[in-house]
Design a protein around this ligand. Structure first.
Ligand code: IDP
Ligand code: MG
Length: 151
């Protein structure tokens, strides 16, 4: 099954939104496969955001992301990359629908509390980067699986 990398950024952790964000993925029916509270190095953050290196906000983004602990997670399930992004909302919280995480809990793009992989390929790259020892997905109880999936 598909996997995605979801990260609660330093502002989300400091504001006490870890439980709320985890709750939404759990309630949707997704399965948590890895979770770690960590203090990433700037080098790891620069690698994570390598595609944005040329942007004017890049240095500020790295400062923000290095300002405190983050919670990195791997979530598993059908279409979890695309649905995870929908659950997060738009990059700019002001453009995010109410009911999404960013639409409910934040205001500014540079303080948007969470990250989600934007494609299956990015998810694989990010999971390998943030969980270099690998991720082991526990097999799910089949009766629970049948309550969430048709087959
Ligand atoms: P995403 O997080 O929705 O995938 P990206 O375009 O990949 O958005 O940008 C990564 C992160 O960089 C955003 O979540 C946001 O925190 C930050 N960012 C993006 N655009 C801006 C900007 O114009 N100003 C400040 N920060 C930005
Ligand atoms: Mg992105």
């Amino acid at each position: 099954m598909e996997q995605t990398y979801i990260m609660i950024k330093p502002d989300g952790v400091a504001r006490g939104l870890v439980g709320e964000i985890i709750k939404r993925f759990e309630q949707r029916g997704y399965q948590l496969a890895a979770l770690e509270l960590m203090n990433p190095t700037k080098q790891l953050l620069e690698e994570h955001y390598q595609d944005l290196k040329g942007k004017g906000f890049f240095a500020g983004l790295i400062e923000y992301m290095a300002s405190g602990p983050v919670v990195g997670m791997v979530w598993v399930g059908k279409d979890v990359v695309k649905v995870g992004r929908k659950m997060l909302g738009e990059t700019n919280p002001l453009a995010s629908a109410a009911g999404t995480i960013r639409g409910d809990f934040c205001i500014e793009v540079g303080r948007n509390i969470c990250h989600g992989s934007d494609s299956v390929e990015s998810a694989q790259r990010e999971i390998a980067m943030w969980f270099p020892r690998g991720v082991k997905v526990a097999s799910r109880n089949t009766s629970l699986h049948a309550l969430i999936y048709e087959n």
